[in-house]
Design a protein around this ligand. Structure first.
Ligand SMILES: [Zn+2]
Ligand SMILES: [Zn+2]
Length: 269
C-alpha cells in the first residue's frame, strides 16, 4: 500500500518525499549547498503521476548483488542495490518509486530484511519500501535533521559501524554528510565489496574516486574529512566497488584505485 499516492509531496529534483503535513515551499534538501533547486523552480510530483510512466529496471552485478533504478530516469537518478544474503537480504540506498512488479520480483528472491541508506539525498520513498517489506530502515543518527518523512520503520544508529548479519556492516565515513555511510560486504565478489552511494564517488574513467562535500556544486571537503574517510575505509577488505550512478561499477581493483585517489587528494592540501 502506497502512502498518500495522490499527494504532491515528492520533490522532482531530488526525489525525496515529505510527510504530507510538512511540505515546504522549497525542498530543504535541494536548498542546501550540496544540492540545487530545479532549473525551472520547485516542482512537486505525486506517486500517482510517477506511476503513469515509471518502472524499475534490475541488473545483476554479482551473483549476490543487483542494482535497480527508475526508468525513465527521475530526479537524481541514483541506483539502489539489493544484496542477497542467507540470513536476510538488504536494500542499500533507495529510489523514489516502487510498484507491485518490483515487490513480487524481490519477494521471489527472499524479500528484504533491512534497508540501509547512505545519506539524505537517497531517502526518497524509504517509508513505502519499508512498508512493503515490513523491515527497518537504518539511518545514521548524525543526519537525523534531514529526515522529512518520519515513521516507525526508521531506526537511527550511531558510532563507527553497525553490524548486520553474515559479516555485513554499515560503516560510518562522514564527509559528504555528517552521517554518510558505506555498506561493507566482505564475503561478496572476489575479495570483498563496498557499496558507496556517493560517500565515495567513482569517476567516469573508473580510474579515480572523489570525496566531496557537494558533487553537483563542486565543493571540496577539508583535509580532516578525507583523513577520516581513509581511516574508516582503509582497514576494510574489498576489491569491488559499486556507487550510486550507472557508470560507478568497479568489479576488481577498487582497493588500489581507492588508495591512489586518497593520496592524490591529500597531496593537494
Ligand atoms: Zn529536493
Ligand atoms: Zn549526495
Amino acid at each position: 500500500m502506497i502512502i498518500s499516492p495522490s499527494a504532491k509531496n515528492i520533490c522532482s529534483t531530488c526525489g525525496v518525499r515529505y510527510g504530507t503535513s510538512i511540505i515546504p515551499t522549497i525542498c530543504e534538501i535541494c536548498a542546501d549547498d550540496r544540492q540545487y533547486p530545479g532549473f525551472n523552480g520547485q516542482v512537486w510530483t505525486s506517486y500517482n503521476e510517477l506511476a503513469t510512466k515509471s518502472t524499475i529496471r534490475f541488473s545483476r552485478l554479482l551473483s549476490t548483488v543487483y542494482d535497480l533504478r527508475i526508468t525513465p530516469a527521475f530526479a537524481i537518478a541514483q541506483k539502489a542495490h539489493l544484496v542477497l544474503s542467507s540470513s536476510g537480504n538488504i536494500l542499500w540506498d533507495c529510489v523514489p518509486f516502487i510498484d507491485d512488479q518490483t515487490i513480487a520480483f524481490i519477494r521471489s528472491l527472499g524479500g528484504i530484511s533491512a534497508i540501509a541508506i547512505s545519506h539524505p539525498h537517497y531517502y526518497s520513498l524509504m517509508q513505502d519500501w519499508a512498508t512493503a517489506f515490513d523491515c527497518p530502515i537504518y539511518l545514521h543518527a548524525s543526519d537525523r535533521e534531514w529526515i522529512r518523512d518520519p515513521g516507525g520503520y526508521i531506526e537511527l544508529w550511531d558510532g563507527p559501524a553497525k553490524k548486520l548479519w553474515d559479516n555485513i556492516s554499515i560503516i560510518h565515513v562522514a564527509g559528504h554528510f555528517p552521517g554518510s555511510t558505506v555498506l561493507h560486504l566482505p564475503d561478496h565478489g572476489r575479495a570483498g565489496c563496498l557499496l558507496t552511494g556517493d560517500s565515495i564517488y567513482v569517476a567516469p574513467s573508473r580510474r579515480h574516486m572523489s570525496f566531496m562535500y557537494s558533487y553537483p556544486n563542486h565543493i571540496p571537503l577539508p583535509k580532516k574529512d578525507i583523513d577520516f574517510i581513509y581511516e574508516r575505509v582503509h582497514p576494510l577488505p574489498f576489491d569491488a566497488m559499486y556507487g550510486a550512478f550507472e557508470w560507478m561499477n568497479i568489479a576488481e581493483g577498487a582497493r588500489t584505485i581507492f588508495e591512489r585517489s586518497i593520496s592524490r587528494h591529500l597531496s593537494i592540501y
